[in-house]
Ligand binder design. Structure first.
Ligand code: C2E
Ligand code: MG
Ligand code: MG
Length: 792
């Protein structure tokens, strides 16, 4: 359609190349037709003038007594022949002009005129010579006048063949008539001027004929062009979605086509009025600001200038639509404006889908909030103007969103995100921006750097997000952590602000989640510190800076050591002994935990292989190691190398690991479980434990986190929870180990609750491998002498 439209406009502009038409078949015939028509019209005039001249000339001679009779008779006979020729010519021309049936053969008509003209002019030549011989001096002038007229006449005739057929006999006989009367004193000059006249008339014939032919060609071209345009217009109106429009000098709409009336949903009568108001309706309802489409259109029309593909809003049947308008001013020959011509098309659908695409490219399809792309643009802009308009950037992260997704399904997860998006939107003002950056990450740009104000918003967000959600009768609770930075105070650049907000978010998360933190420069120092530690971690394994300590796990009923947990230690060359709670997350972040974890597993199994066969070994696994698809093979290999029975190995995984695993890692655990390796759920109670995990994973043991044990015996302790866990584990055939047992009171209470195992400083701190035999012996003795009695 676009092709057709451009073709049409090209044609309206008159740019269709003429040469293309000249090559078209039938053009020669059309030109011949034009020439034949011109010829027929002129010939009839020539006939009238010629008949008159012949009568006048013949009459003059006949009436003179001096004219000798033979010349007179010849003259009369020739004049009779001339009349006959004129008669034939007049008839043929009249027939041609009146009867279109002849029109098929224009060249035939021209040929016949050519022949008769040749004969006619030969007769004229003979008449001239005949009369010259008999003429007196006065009559001679008359004859020369006739010769001149007869030579000039063919210049009016086309085509050139006919003109020269008429011109040549007169030229020849005219010269003869000059030469045979050499008695005149002015003869030489008469001959010279006659030859000059011959040249001039010959040139005039050629020149005028060429111009005549060109004009005939032009006429054909114009007709052809009009035909093409007519066809295109018809096709355009009938099949296209576009339409044509036209106005007069007062911009009143003219010649409303059925297509236009259909598109405008108005009858042609209703469309009588000024353009563009007739379509747009009340102009006051449109955006008329400089640069708006309606303002542009008004400007173009006022300037009487052309416009192309200008998309303007129109109201059709009460619905706002978009029309693309192209218009071209039409000027008359004097250059006066006489109206507009143009095409229009309804681009509403295309525009809507364009807007939709543009919206989706810059918005999150789920929450309809700006996405990362749009957020980055806004942040860039806000940062570049932050000196004049300071801002606060808040990075938000939902706490344990993965658990919602895993336990309640993705549909509920999506519903939570939508609801969170709405609640965040409800916490900010118009000038602020809230965006979803992806997953469970959101961000807010506030148009203020007032710490109090920002804190109020952060508090509001945390409070509203953590209100319960209800989906399909289910209750969902979720928390949010927020990191805040101010621009330009903390940083002027978008990258710097994002990094700062991220650091603050990291702090908010590690400070217990469900809270917000403002960035401070000390966070940067911590980051530097973490980075340098990570760099050192890369060397630590090679440099042999790691070692393992072992902490005994006691059977509460006997007080005997039944296993030991391998706990990693890093002897940093300058910082001394570092806690795994500090460097394990760093190793995970740096992707170094896999080789370190493999080292731990090997060392632990090697050590345990030297202990009595009833003593097990517990090894902590990080989530990263679980993602390693070679875990099963690695365990097999270590067991084979150390000679440790699979049943003596216990792998401890935390709730976080459980949250982050996928079905592939669950399979790996089941495979290991199938080999006899035991699996323990570590730090139970610190995460968002869901009982569904207990069924999905092949747990043999639950390790109750020490935070539950700490308050045992105090007021408001967690005894009921501990009792429930022990009861549940018993019913599912799982063991329970209480972690962090530090006092006798805790140990005795746990024993009373029926907790099978315990681990803690009360029994033994983590010790080097070399101390284990002594410890085993000591514990054995303690259990026989004092411990059981204490407990009973
Ligand atoms: P975890 O697996 O829960 O290990 C028990 C932690 O509690 C150990 O801390 C231990 O020293 C401490 N603990 C034991 N009894 C008591 C007590 O009575 N009171 C108190 N306050 N603490 C006690 P540690 O060695 O600092 O290890 C911290 C955590 O680091 C471990 O918690 C474990 O999650 C992780 N970890 C240790 N070694 C490894 C390892 O080789 N690989 C992985 N992935 N993580 C490890
Ligand atoms: Mg552990
Ligand atoms: Mg633990």
């Amino acid at each position: 359609m676009e092709l057709l439209r451009s073709k049409l406009l090209k044609n309206i502009n008159g740019s269709l190349p003429g040469s293309a038409l000249a090559l078209k078949p039938g053009v020669a015939e059309r030109v011949s037709f034009e020439q034949a028509t011109v010829l027929a019209n002129i010939m009839r005039m020539i006939v009238l003038v010629g008949v008159n001249t012949a009568i006048f000339l013949g009459g003059d001679f006949v009436s003179r007594p001096s004219v000798t009779s033979p010349y007179t008779h010849i003259a009369l006979a020739v004049i009779a022949c001339i009349f006959a020729c004129y008669f034939v010519i007049f008839n043929a021309c009249t027939k041609w002009l009146k009867d279109p049936a002849h029109h098929q053969n224009a060249s035939q008509f021209i040929k016949s005129i050519l022949v008769i003209m040749g004969i006619l002019c030969t007769f004229w030549g003979v008449l001239i010579v005949d009369l010259t011989l008999a003429a007196g001096p006065r009559q001679l002038s008359l004859i020369y006048g006739v010769i001149v007229a007869c030579l000039a006449m063919p210049a009016l005739v086309a085509p050139v063949s006919v003109a020269f057929t008429a011109w040549a006999p007169i030229a020849v006989f005219g010269l003869v008539s000059l030469l045979i009367r050499r008695d005149l004193p002015s003869d030489p000059f008469a001959i010279i001027s006659f030859i000059g006249f011959l040249g001039m008339t010959g040139f005039a014939i050629i020149y005028l004929n060429r111009r005549l032919t060109e004009r005939a060609l032009d006429t054909v071209r114009i007709e052809e062009n009009s035909e093409v345009i007519r066809l295109l217009l018809r096709d355009f109106e009938e099949s296209a979605s576009d339409w044509l429009w036209e106005t007069d000098a007062d911009l009143e709409l003219q010649r409303v086509s059925p297509r236009l009336s259909q598109v405008a949903q108005k009858s042609p009568g209703e469309l009588a009025g000024r353009f563009p108001e007739i379509f747009l309706g009340d102009m006051a309802t449109f955006d008329q600001r400089v640069g708006s489409p309606v303002a542009k259109l008004t400007r173009y029309l006022a300037d009487r200038s052309a416009f192309r593909d200008l998309v303007v809003p129109v109201v059709i049947g009460g619905e706002e639509r978009n029309w693309s308008l192209t218009g071209k001013p039409i000027l008359d020959k004097a250059g006066r404006f006489i109206g507009y011509h143009g095409v229009g098309s309804d681009v509403t659908a295309a525009r809507r889908s364009q807007e939709q695409i543009a919206f989706l490219a810059r918005h999150d399809s789920l929450t309809r909030l700006p996405n990362r792309v749009l957020f980055n643009e806004v942040l860039h802009q806000s940062c570049s103007h932050s000196e004049e308009h300071p801002i606060a950037l808040l990075c938000l992260d939902l706490d344990n969103f993965k658990m919602v997704n895993d336990s309640l399904g993705h549909a509920t997860g999506d519903a939570v995100l939508v609801a969170v998006g709405e609640r965040i939107r409800g916490c900010i003002r118009d000038g602020d921006t809230a965006a979803r950056l992806g997953g469970d990450e959101f961000a807010i740009i506030l148009a203020t750097d007032d710490v109090e104000e920002v804190a109020v918003v952060a508090r509001r967000v945390v409070e509203r997000i953590s209100r319960p959600y209800h989906f399909d009768g289910r209750l969902v609770e979720i928390g949010i952590s927020i990191g805040i930075t101010l621009a330009p105070k903390d940083s002027k650049t978008p990258a710097g602000s994002l990094k700062n907000a991220d650091l603050a978010l990291y702090r908010a998360k590690s400070d217990g989640r469900g809270t917000w933190r403002f960035y401070d420069s000390e966070m940067d120092e911590r980051l530097q510190d973490r980075r340098s530690l990570q760099a050192d971690l890369r060397e630590a394994l090679l440099n042999g800076e790691f070692k393992l300590d072992f902490q005994p796990i006691i059977e509460l009923s006997t007080g005997k050591m039944v296993a030991a947990e391998a706990l990693l230690r890093w002897h940093h060359p300058t910082r001394g002994l570092l806690s795994p709670a500090l460097f394990v997350p760093l190793a995970e972040e740096a992707g170094l935990i896999a080789p370190i974890g493999a080292w731990v597993l090997r060392q632990a199994c090697m050590a345990a292989a030297k202990w009595p066969s009833h003593i097990g070994i517990a090894v902590n696994l990080s989530p990263m190691q679980f993602r390693d698809i070679g875990l099963v093979a690695a365990v097999d290999e270590v067991l084979a190398a150390s000679g440790l029975a699979a049943s003596r190995l216990e792998l401890e995984i935390t709730e976080t690991t459980v949250l982050e695993t996928n079905s592939q890692t669950v399979d790996a655990l089941w495979q290991l479980h199938g080999r006899g390796v035991r699996v323990a759920l570590d730090d139970f109670g610190t995460g968002y434990s869901s009982l569904s995990y207990l069924r999905r994973f092949p747990f043999d043991k639950i390790k109750i986190d020490r935070s539950f044990i700490r308050d045992l015996g105090h007021e408001k302790d967690d005894s009921s929870i501990i009792l429930a866990i022990i009861g549940l584990a018993g019913s599912m055939n799982m063991l329970v180990t209480a972690e962090g047992v530090e006092t006798m009171e805790q140990a005795s209470l746990l024993t009373g609750y029926g907790c099978p195992q315990a681990q803690g400083y009360l029994f033994c701190r983590p010790v080097p491998e070399s101390d284990i035999p002594t410890i085993m012996t000591r514990l054995h003795q303690t259990s026989q002498v004092s411990f059981p009695t204490t407990l009973q």
